[in-house]
Design a binder for this molecule. Structure first.
Ligand SMILES: NC(=O)c1ccc[n+]([C@@H]2O[C@H](COP(=O)([O-])OP(=O)(O)OC[C@H]3O[C@@H](n4cnc5c(N)ncnc54)[C@H](OP(=O)(O)O)[C@@H]3O)[C@@H](O)[C@H]2O)c1
Length: 330
């Protein structure tokens, strides 16, 4: 079978993406070929463009963190009844392709009623947001939480999950996105300027949870905003995108700080979160997809472009004007 795919050919801007065609071999043992309906575009691919994503393959490679599609062929040892089934998977790399080989055990069924673009917006980001809200911080009714980047792919979902249990959500975004945050029931704050003072004015009694994907110096000012029993969840290091050297380096001081906070006897907790394709991931993705099917979750797809316009799609995230998720239709 022939497949069109998008190749990241080297470091640079979105212009380094190239659209190619290749023959796809039959899937290996325990694996399936999925014909992609929609694939996600994420900030991780911006990091990959800069060579700043941990464990990214050597250039050239096909990026693409997640997909929704239909099983087109199965390898040895996989139930042939899977052919034709609608599925989702978190691939980390490789999803920007019409045909993608995936381990069969990573597949999650996708309800026929939901739109593929909306479903794919929930694969990595939905589970990340769900697990941070419900497993890492255990947000509950009456809590006050701070969501950094609340207009982003993860942030729009995290804000909804926290709001759905009855928490008060304060969210950061650039000023142009504050109306979109209010629509989601979020109290907006600009992350530029003295963020800690602005949040303290809104919530002088302190916060029950802080979700931060920025790291750097800024996260140090957020820790004292937590009240007793509160949890800080660190899940990214956006502030170090332009650093040079090994991509792990910026995470070391952040890891040391989070570890120190978590060990200090101060009545607050600090955690790292990293999404992994485990059985819990698959179970949480089923839950999140069922919320979409039942109309209880807004997937916030901001832009949809065809696969062969991936460079344009990634450019939208590089430029930073997006509220919600960017999706590629294959
Ligand atoms: N640990 C994990 O398992 C995991 C999983 C998924 C994603 N992530 C991380 O989560 C982050 C968000 O991913 P995404 O795909 O949702 O990205 P995204 O759609 O680009 O959203 C990121 C948001 O961050 C905001 N932002 C930019 N600079 C900021 C700053 N200095 N302070 C606060 N907010 C700022 C942007 O808002 P404006 O446009 O208004 O500036 C943007 O809306 C990324 O860092 C990604 O690597 C981690």
């Amino acid at each position: 079978m022939r497949s069109v795919e998008v190749v990241m050919t080297g470091r640079g801007g979105p212009e380094v993406l190239d659209v190619r065609e290749r023959d796809v071999p039959a899937p290996g043992r325990g694996r399936v070929l999925v014909r992609t309906e929609a694939a996600g575009v994420a900030f991780s691919e911006v990091q990959m463009l800069r060579g700043r994503y941990l464990n990214q393959p050597r250039f050239p490679f096909v990026p693409g963190y997640d997909l929704v599609g239909r099983v087109a062929a199965v390898g040895e040892g996989v139930d042939a009844a899977l052919v034709g089934r609608r599925v989702a998977a978190m691939t980390r790399f490789g999803a920007w392709s019409e045909l993608v080989e995936v381990p069969a055990r990573h597949l999650v069924p996708v309800p026929e009623e939901v739109d593929a673009g909306e479903a794919v917006a929930l694969v990595t980001n939905g589970v990340t947001a769900w697990q941070m809200a419900h497993r890492a911080a255990r947000v509950k009714a009456g809590d006050t939480v701070l969501v950094q980047g609340a207009a982003g792919g993860v942030g729009t979902l995290l804000a909804q999950f926290a709001g759905a249990v009855g928490a008060r959500v304060i969210g950061t975004a650039s000023a142009g996105k504050h109306d979109a945050l209010r629509e989601l029931g979020v109290e907006p704050v600009d992350y530029r300027g003295d963020l800690a003072s602005a949040v303290r004015r809104l919530a002088p009694e302190g916060l029950d949870a802080v979700f931060d994907h920025v790291g750097g110096q800024g996260i140090r000012a957020l820790w004292p905003l937590l009240r007793r029993g509160g949890t800080l969840v660190s899940y990214g290091s956006r502030s170090t995108l332009k650093d040079e050297g090994h991509p792990l380096r910026p995470y070391l001081p952040l890891a040391a700080r989070v570890l120190a906070w978590s060990l200090l006897p101060n009545g607050r907790r600090a955690k790292f979160y990293y999404v992994r394709p485990t059985a819990t991931f698959r179970s949480d993705l089923k839950t999140v997809l069922s919320l979409l099917r039942d109309g209880e979750l807004d997937a916030r797809v901001a832009h949809r472009l065809p696969l062969d316009r991936a460079a344009e799609a990634l450019g939208l995230l590089v430029d930073g004007g997006v509220t919600g998720k960017v999706v590629l239709d294959a």
